[in-house]
Design a protein around this ligand. Sequence first.
Ligand code: TYM
Length: 332
Amino acid sequence: SPRVLSGIQPTAGSFHLGNYLGAVRQWVALQETHDAFYMVVDLHALTVLQDPKELRANTRLAAAQLLAAGLDPERCTLFIQSHVAEHAELAWVMNCLTGFGEASRMTQFKDKSAKHGADRASVGLFTYPILQVADILLYQANEVPVGEDQRQHIELTRDLAERFNGRFGETFTLPRPYILKETAKIYDLQDPSIKMSKSASTPKGLINLLDDPKATAKKVKSAVTDTDTVIRFDVEEKPGISNLLTIYSTLTGTAITELEQRYDGKGYGALKSDLAEIMVDFVAPFRERTQQYLDDPETLDGVLAKGAEKARAVAAETLSQAYDRVGFLPAK
Ligand code: TYM
């Protein structure tokens, strides 16, 4: 069956609703139909300053959340990026294939380095997308389920795969982005002109999945809408309401047109308080399941050890082909 691969950073605290609706939810669905590889990208996390203790704890927490979200180790391969040395090894080869100007044009680097100050940004942050290229190519992934903000990185992956294949012979599968239109970009609840994110959102605009469910309900109820009262999906004119409709529709599997009818003439308050309840019903058990995995480190470590072993087998084969193609002398 076709292969998918994706990754998520081990951020402090918890995943947010954008991570879940934009990516992780699709990961869960795709493990049923695809040969699926999912990882916690701790190498990527290191591109910005990390406290070692926190990085370790956040990596565990990320894995626990992925299991709580519904990844099933019987149906997918779940692993930690640094457990598979091949990622860093193939990244080096890909670094040498990437133009300096090409890397400079990556928008995430431009945004992040502008934020941290260009001379304080690490070289790792600069080559971040190229490590992601290696992540994807190592597994010969056909599709990469992500949110819209990762599209450019997948385009770079295709470019570099083509370049490598052209220069050294057919080696890598060209991956396609798997981005669902509806949930490609979940917006900040307080400022629906920006995407929900840990770095840019205000605390009130950001739904952290492990927050107190009561606080989450409150954030939903105080989401910014508009001065109109009509509940209609219209991203241009009504970005706040449209974002809430997207979230509501995805969490319940109800079509947006049906929601528009259901709330016709009912006003924003009704929609928000129903959505607050739906959100609580989602995050409360998620929180509990995450805690259960954290409380059972032996099981969690076992899952990750088995995942790393399965991932390594695939990655090692691709890397040895790539090493051979570029002309490295085999180690005897
Ligand atoms: P990360 O950790 O920033 O985000 C994880 C996933 O969540 C998606 N996402 C969103 N989707 C919709 N709306 C939002 N507001 C929103 N915010 C985040 C992201 O698009 C992503 O899919 N570079 C990647 C991690 C990575 C990776 C890979 C992904 C490393 N190697 C290989 C795919 C394949 C990142 O930082 O994601």
